[in-house]
Design a protein around this ligand. Structure first.
Ligand SMILES: NC(=O)c1ccc[n+]([C@@H]2O[C@H](COP(=O)([O-])OP(=O)(O)OC[C@H]3O[C@@H](n4cnc5c(N)ncnc54)[C@H](OP(=O)(O)O)[C@@H]3O)[C@@H](O)[C@H]2O)c1
Length: 250
């Protein structure tokens, strides 16, 4: 049987850990040639070992617009075309309203919204005429979870791009959709800037919020990404797919 992503070239930003790394593995299993990005040296080395030499593992900071142009140029040098873009790298900082300053606000917005916007712009010449662009949103954009203000606003902006860019790119056959995870078991919860005790309390509170009373797994998110990346989802345009244990709808 032909693999679902046979002969497709894919970029996954933030593909050295968590949902992005699992998605990279599943894309490879389905026959795609992949490139992933990350920042941390150890993460990059470990991901290269795991994904093998055929994978392009690139250092690139999603919050830096100049580096997005360089990333696009590198892909143009290495790949004949690009069929799948998964904008997955994200800054997940959560804190109370009074603790935000302009620098931390800009960091989240630049990583989750501005960088991705300009990356997609830079990739336009390489995108194939049936490309699927997948934006990793979050169910947080739909609910009012305390301390998620800037993060949720950045993801709401990104999810909006799935609609507007679909409107703009549909004549080329390019589809832009979003996948919005609910709470998912990854290292992201260690990156909220919380003490161990507060982190564990938060995880329990978050689980209690989920109608299914558990976290999702990166594998469950990766399966959704394979569907969105493949031609099986060809009739989806500007949509948001919630993989969230029911948080957004129940
Ligand atoms: N986990 C959840 O509960 C959850 C829920 C809803 C939405 N999401 C979204 O899902 C996506 C993936 O989250 P995750 O839980 O898989 O996170 P994770 O386990 O922390 O992995 C994040 C990945 O992105 C990379 N990354 C982070 N910032 C980056 C940057 N500025 N530039 C390039 N790469 C960067 C990380 O590598 P480096 O550290 O080396 O940069 C790592 O490879 C994010 O967009 C997040 O907002 C997650």
């Amino acid at each position: 049987m032909t693999k679902r992503l046979h002969n497709k070239y894919a970029l996954i930003t933030g593909g050295t850990a968590g949902i992005g790394l699992e998605t990279a593995k599943q894309f490879q299993l389905e026959g795609a040639t992949i490139a992933v990005t990350g920042r941390n040296e150890t993460g990059l080395v470990d991901a290269q070992a795991l994904l093998g030499n055929q994978a392009l593992v690139l250092k690139s900071d999603a919050c830096n617009v100049e580096q997005q142009a360089e990333l696009a140029q590198r892909l143009m040098d290495e790949f004949p075309k690009l069929d799948i873009v998964y904008i997955n790298a994200g800054d997940v900082t959560h804190k109370p309203l009074e603790d935000w300053d302009e620098t931390s606000f800009d960091q989240v917005m630049n990583t989750n919204l501005k960088g991705p916007f300009f990356l997609i712009q830079s990739l336009l010449p390489l995108l194939s005429d049936s490309a699927s662009i997948i934006l990793c949103g979050s169910v947080s954009a739909q609910i009012g979870l305390a301390q998620s203000s800037v993060y949720a606003a950045s993801k709401a902006g990104l999810i909006s791009l799935a609609r507007t860019l679909s409107g703009e790119l549909k004549e080329r056959g390019i589809r832009v959709n979003s996948i919005s995870p609910g709470p998912t078991q990854t290292d992201a919860f260690n990156k909220f800037g919380l003490s161990k005790e507060k982190r564990e309390t938060l995880i329990e509170e978050v689980k209690a919020l989920v109608p299914l009373k558990r976290m999702g797994s990166p594998w469950e998110l990766a399966q959704a990404a394979v569907f969105m990346a493949s031609d099986e989802s060809a009739y989806m345009l500007g949509s948001e797919l919630l993989i969230d244990g029911g948080v957004g709808n129940l």
